[in-house]
Design a protein around this ligand. Sequence first.
Ligand code: FE2
Length: 136
Amino acid sequence: MKEYVSWTPRLTTHVDTIDEQHKELYQRLNSVVDAIMQGKGKEEVEQFINFLLEYTRFHFGTEERYMEQFQYPGILTHKTDHERLTREVQTMAEQLRSRGADSMLVVSVTQQMGQWLGDHIGTIDTALGRYLKTRL
Ligand SMILES: [Fe+2]
């Protein structure tokens, strides 16, 4: 499968569970784009979008449990950013659902999502990783 957005080593948090989930998140985002680019039917695209949404929730839940368990001081800021990202993924999903066949839109939405995913992981998650690393 073609990779439209990629996880890169600069995004490592040094916490294996979180890094694996981040890679899976990128995979699922790529699956959505791939399904659209390949001209898959609405139902199939919808399924990939749902896999992505489900996994986003699951992954944020994992990080938030770590933060609670180890009393991470930055938990509120981090959770607020997760809420913002969740809304953005939902908006993205809406756009893809309504104009799925428009490949220009798909490319721009994907780049946008890859960008904020990278920004969040590269700053907020790596900070969490540094904190957890001393406690896990
Ligand atoms: Fe996070």
